[in-house]
Design a protein. Structure first.
Length: 425
């Protein structure tokens, strides 16, 4: 690989880093807007991996760099140093990484005067090597998030969650047909809940079975809500916040008639792509959830908009792109969506509520409040009796609390809250 070729993914990763750390943008937003479209698929994947690894290790990189800096450099230079430090920590060849860091700074007129500093600092970091990196503490979540989670779960649990988040996430697949046949083709481990987990998957679209639509990417925790809902052939089911479509496909694969709703046309296009690839059928509606008035559904799946605090092991940009200020509005929206979803059910129908959040206010508390608002509404505790679900994960009000530190030895899982409610007949 030439120096020029090696720079392209690094330059793109740097663009993503700058947008996240200075403008509070999310990686998913940036990539969805085409930030990596100019790259080859291979470079696109590498740029994304670099940005994610750097964000995951940002606090540790800052700690290492602080030893070699008298003062904090401007953000564009700081992000070059961070990115290169994470690469060096991962065992990349020092010569190539240091040269790339210097080149990235030299190409920007506003930072080119600092190429000497970058060269000197990165050489010192390279001398520390992966061993010096490994001696540093596991990065902590920012205070705005760590405090409410520590209040909810205690310091030991939070430390365990942070360790799993820092380790990163393997790739989980939901298989349309026989999971053992998929394992024979792909390798990996069949998890107790039935998902297939790959530790070093590489480029997803080049894996066996992708083009044939034999499976789709979905965290093991995110696959559980539909398993708990247990859709049946011929049932009319509404997936109220459907994109990117993993749960829609699960419902369709079970033989139910699924209507998938999402407010974003762009995100809904991804649902259509996924359905086409897997050969599954669903009715797609691009609309705000509150605009849906058709009732009489056997079941509604409400994967409500939330803080996404359970997905940091996959999305390490979240702590840097958010500050917690949106929590109150999200919690109010979730309550209103539960109330609206209940009106769309037939008498005796079921509502599966879930969020990829670790905050009890977006999970357990929402169910307690919904039960208080709706006389006759009940929680279906028995619905949680699905393979692989540990009884210890159940909560007092009848839901399921999943945490990233569960299955830590296997690579953890996303944080989720799941509960199934039954409307009076």
């Amino acid at each position: 690989m030439s120096q020029q070729q090696g720079l392209a993914p690094r330059k793109a990763a740097l663009f993503l880093l700058d947008k996240v750390t200075t403008e509070g943008k999310l990686l998913s937003e940036l990539i969805g807007e085409g930030a990596l479209q100019h790259l080859t698929p291979e470079d696109r994947a590498r740029a994304q991996r670099l940005a994610i690894a750097t964000l995951r290790g940002l606090a540790r990189a800052d700690r290492m760099l602080a030893r070699f800096l008298n003062k904090t450099p401007p953000t564009p230079v700081r992000n070059v140093l961070r990115l290169c430090t994470v690469e060096l920590a991962g065992g990349e060849a020092a010569h190539g990484v240091v040269n790339a860091g210097v080149e990235l700074v030299a190409r920007n007129k506003r930072t080119q005067s600092m190429k000497g500093l970058v060269n000197a600092v990165l050489r010192k970091v390279a001398a520390e090597g992966p061993e010096g990196w490994a001696r540093l503490a596991v990065p902590r979540m920012p205070g705005w998030l760590r405090k409410p989670l520590k209040d909810a779960y205690g310091p030991q649990v939070i430390a365990a969650i942070e360790a799993v988040q820092f380790a990163g996430a393997p790739l989980d697949l939901t298989v349309k047909g026989d999971v053992n046949a998929a394992q024979a083709a792909l390798g990996g481990e069949v998890l107790p809940t039935g998902s297939l987990r790959l530790q070093d998957a590489g480029q997803v679209s080049s894996l066996p079975g992708f083009d044939a639509g034999d499976w789709w990417v979905q965290d093991a925790a995110a696959a559980l809500p539909v398993q708990i809902m247990a859709p049946k052939t011929g049932e009319k089911i509404l997936d109220l916040c459907a994109a990117p479509g993993g749960k829609t496909m699960q419902i369709a694969a079970a033989g139910a008639e699924v209507t998938a709703v999402d407010a974003s046309a762009g995100r809904m296009a991804r649902v259509r792509e996924n359905l086409d690839r897997t050969g599954l059928q669903a009715k797609l509606v691009t609309a705000d959830a509150f605009e849906v008035t058709t009732d009489g559904f056997d079941a509604v799946l409400l994967d409500a908009p939330c803080s996404a605090t359970g997905t940091i092991r996959r999305h390490p940009d979240l702590p840097y792109a958010k500050d917690g200020s949106e929590f109150g509005a999200l919690i109010d929206q979730q309550a209103a969506m539960i109330d609206h979803a209940l009106t769309l059910l037939k008498p005796g129908g079921r509502l599966l509520y879930c969020t990829c959040s670790l905050l009890p206010d977006e999970g357990e508390v929402q169910i307690d409040d919904a039960l208080a608002r709706h006389p006759g509404l009940t929680v279906e505790r028995d619905a949680l009796d699905v393979p692989g679900v540990d009884p210890a994960w159940r909560t007092e009000e009848g839901g399921l609390r999943l945490r990233p530190d569960y299955w830590a030895e296997r690579g953890g899982m996303d944080g989720f809250y799941i509960a199934q409610l039954r409307k009076p007949a």
